[in-house]
Ligand binder design. Structure first.
Ligand code: NAD
Length: 354
């Protein structure tokens, strides 16, 4: 049977491992909180299953525990920040906190963040911004391995480049659209591979560019030594958005773009361009709130299509899963748990499996 954990127990276990890997207690707890929240939200791909990779990245020197955000430029509403290869869960929150203060002051803030280690679930930053009453738009690139094919290309050329939009709604939870621009997240292929499952058709090509349903093609080296690739979502349009994420999240932020062959290093760097807007300062708040509420109401009146649960707003599936998993616990597949235990052993951290 797969192990199941309460959120606090899993948080404590992850924090122990990260502390033994060199993080100060506060950083270890903040990263653990963020990862467990991703699991609670139903995004296991960006949850505690990342810990073995983070530990390897720290041991290789590509991820720097206890790094502090460095300010490269500050004009008030424009911030350029360097994450110094620190844990993105901490660096990303610090960057958003600065951006939120500035957006309150100036009505808007553009935050260019480069050189952060993996930022995890980008929706967490949109949730921070919307909780402060702000609209947020995030374009993110991924420097780790070129795992996504260009539209009409036959091999991987860039990362899963997520895009995220958060919009606060009056008297209701926010709209939080948060997705990889690949048809599925790479981490979901890792989870499927660990569970020994095949995946739907149309998601993957193998190392020769041919369609496949084997998630292992993007998880483990293939017989020829290379990897397959994920397909971009939305055909040429999703591909275009992925390129925009690379150009804005990678080039414009100063973080850098991907343009080299794959290597085996474990570090995952993200660049993120964030635009924050305060509807109060834009002068449209009353109209915005009323019109947004009217539209959401109108959407919800749509009759459910046959065989579906009906219309939802982005952000709802995560909130529903959160409530369920807080109640029932978080189940990890056996391979993911074994990998976490192995990571704990690598850094001499004790393991409690309850
Ligand atoms: P996904 O395909 O599960 O889509 C998630 C989005 O779709 C959410 O906004 C969700 O609320 C919405 N959604 C889902 N079902 C819906 C429905 N029935 N009606 C309305 N909206 C619905 O997500 P994904 O592409 O697998 O991405 C998963 C996570 O991976 C995201 O949090 C993303 O930020 C993260 N990610 C991070 C990186 C990185 O390098 N840091 C890279 C890629 C992805």
């Amino acid at each position: 049977m797969n192990p199941r954990f309460t959120a606090p127990a899993l948080r404590a276990q992850v924090a122990r491992i990260l502390e033994h890997a060199g993080s100060l207690p506060r950083e270890a707890e903040q990263v653990a909180d963020n990862l467990v929240l991703a699991n609670l939200s139903g995004h296991d791909s960006h949850g505690v299953g990342m810990v073995p990779r983070y530990v390897d990245a720290v041991l290789e020197g590509g991820l720097k525990p206890n790094a502090a955000l460095s300010v490269q430029l500050d004009t008030g509403p424009l911030l350029t920040l360097d994450g110094q290869r620190g844990y993105g869960q901490v660096i990303g929150e610090q960057a958003l906190q600065m951006g939120i203060e500035r957006a309150r002051q100036y009505g808007t803030c553009t935050v260019a963040l480069g050189n952060s280690h993996h930022l995890g679930r980008i929706g967490q930053f949109a949730e921070m911004a919307t909780a402060a009453g702000l609209v947020s738009i995030h374009f993110v690139n991924v420097l780790s391995r070129p795992v996504v094919a260009a539209w009409q290309g036959g091999d991987g050329r860039f990362g899963t480049n997520p895009c995220c939009i958060g919009i606060p709604l009056r008297d209701a939870p926010p709209f939080v659209l948060d997705f990889a621009t690949s048809r599925v997240a790479q981490g979901k292929m890792r989870v499927a591979h660990n569970q020994g499952k095949t995946v739907a058709s149309g998601l993957l090509i193998d190392e020769h560019g041919a369609p496949t349903q084997n998630p292992g093609v993007v998880v483990v080296p293939q017989p020829g030594g290379g990897y397959g690739a994920l397909m971009p979502f939305g055909e040429h349009k999703g591909y275009g958005l992925a390129v925009a994420c690379e150009l804005l999240g990678g080039a414009l932020t100063g973080g850098g773009t991907w343009h080299q062959a794959a290597d085996a290093r474990k570090a995952v760097l993200n660049g993120m361009l964030t635009q924050l807007i305060d509807p109060v300062r834009l002068g449209t708040q009353a109209h915005f709130e009323a019109q947004a509420a009217a539209f959401v109401d109108w959407l919800r009146q749509s009759p459910p299509a046959p065989g579906t649960e009906g219309v939802q707003l982005a952000g709802e599936p995560e909130r529903t899963t959160r409530a369920e998993r807080l109640r029932d616990g978080i189940e990890l597949d056996a391979t993911t748990w074994q990998e976490i235990v192995a990571a704990a052993h690598k850094v001499g951290a004790p393991v409690h499996s309850d």
